[in-house]
Design a protein around this ligand. Structure first.
Ligand code: SIN
Length: 304
C-alpha cells in the first residue's frame, strides 16, 4: 500500500498530519527540540500570550490526580513583544505549522495582539483562548454565545490568518458556543480546555493549589471531552479540533472517528515528551493495517 495521506485542513491552513501539541504543554517547542523531531508534528500551539507579561498564580500550581493533573498556572508568559523578539527566531527554523495561542481580559486586547501577530509571517494561525479557568475573568468570554462571538469578530477584524477558538467545557452547552463563534468568523474550534476543579490537603485543611481552584486535564476527562467533540462536530460546519486526555493513538482515533479533524496532545507531553510523534506513527500504522488511504475517510466516520 502507498503511504497513507495524513494531511488535514483547518480552514485555509493545511497540516501535514492531524496531531498538534496543545497550548501550555510544550512551550514554544525549544525545550522539547532535543527530545523530539519537531518537524514531524502537525502543528505547535504555543503557550497563550497576553499583551503584557504575566507572572501567573502563586505556587503550588500543579497537582497530580489519580488520572490526570490539576493546573493553576494563571497564564504566566512574557507578553507579546518578548514573544515576537525571543520565540519567533527559533520558530522560524521549525518546519511545521505554528499556531499562536492568545489570551486577554478585554476584547480590545485580543484584537491588539491579533493585529501585532498579523505582520509575522511565521505565525500560521491564531488560537483564541477564551477558556482559561485560572485567572479572574478567564472564562468570561466563553460562557455566553454573544461574548464569545464578540471576541472572534474583533480578532477577525485585525487578522488575515485562520482563527481557531478554544472553548471551555465549563458551560451549559459547548456546541451552542461553537455555533456562535462559527457565525462570527472562526475558522475552527478546539475543545475542550480544562474542567474547573480543586484539591484539599486534609492535614492543613487548606486548598492544595495556591489559587484554590485549577483546571483538570488528562485521562479522567477523555470520555466527557469526546462526547462534547462528537456533539459539536455534528452541529458545526467548521473543523473541530479534539482535546482532552489523549494519551495514545487509540485515544486520538476515537476523537477523529467521532468527528474531530485534528487533535491536540496536552497532558501526555508531561508523561512522555515523544507522545505526539508516537501518536502520529500509531495513526499511520492503523491506516496501513486497515487500508485507509486518506484521513478524510476517518474523520467523523462513526457508525451510530
Ligand atoms: C494557565 O495558564 O492557567 C492555563 C491556560 C489555560 O487553561 O487556558
Amino acid at each position: 500500500m502507498v503511504k497513507p495521506n495524513l494531511k488535514v485542513k483547518i480552514g485555509s491552513l493545511e497540516l501535514k498530519n492531524p496531531v498538534m501539541v496543545a497550548s501550555g504543554t510544550f512551550g514554544s517547542g525549544e525545550e522539547y527540540g532535543n527530545l523530539v523531531d519537531l518537524n514531524k508534528l502537525g502543528a505547535i500551539v504555543t503557550k497563550s500570550i497576553t499583551l503584557k507579561p504575566r507572572e501567573g498564580n502563586p505556587p503550588p500550581r500543579l497537582v497530580e490526580t489519580p488520572s490526570g493533573i490539576l493546573n493553576s498556572i494563571g497564564l504566566q508568559n512574557d507578553g507579546i513583544e518578548t514573544f515576537i523578539k525571543d520565540k519567533i527566531p527559533f520558530l522560524n527554523k521549525v518546519k511545521t505549522a505554528v499556531i499562536v495561542s492568545i489570551a486577554a481580559h478585554s476584547i480590545n486586547d485580543y484584537a491588539e495582539i491579533a493585529g501585532r501577530l498579523n505582520k509575522i509571517k511565521r505565525v500560521d494561525a491564531l488560537e483564541i483562548n477564551i477558556s482559561c479557568p485560572n485567572v479572574r475573568g478567564g472564562l468570561e468570554f466563553s460562557k455566553e454565545p454573544d461574548s464569545a462571538s464578540a471576541v472572534v469578530a474583533a480578532v477577525k477584524n485585525r487578522t488575515s490568518k485562520p482563527i481557531i477558538t478554544k472553548l471551555s467545557p465549563n458551560v451549559k452547552d459547548i456546541s451552542e458556543i461553537a455555533m456562535a463563534v462559527q457565525e462570527a468568523g472562526s475558522d475552527a474550534v478546539s475543545l475542550v480546555n480544562t474542567f474547573t476543579g480543586m484539591a484539599v490537603d486534609i492535614e492543613t485543611k487548606m486548598p492544595v493549589l495556591g489559587n484554590v481552584v485549577g483546571g483538570l486535564s488528562g485521562p479522567a476527562i477523555k470520555p466527557i471531552a469526546l462526547h462534547m467533540v462528537w456533539e459539536t462536530a455534528r452541529r458545526v460546519r467548521i473543523p473541530v479540533i479534539g482535546i482532552g486526555g489523549i494519551m495514545d493513538y487509540r485515544d486520538a482515533l476515537e476523537f477523529i472517528i467521532a468527528g474531530a479533524s485534528a487533535v491536540q496532545i496536552g497532558t501526555a507531553n508531561f508523561v512522555n515528551p515523544k507522545a505526539a510523534v508516537e501518536i502520529i506513527a500509531g495513526i499511520e500504522g492503523y491506516m496501513r493495517r486497515n487500508k485507509i488511504a486518506n484521513m478524510k475517510e476517518l474523520i467523523g466516520c462513526l457508525k451510530t
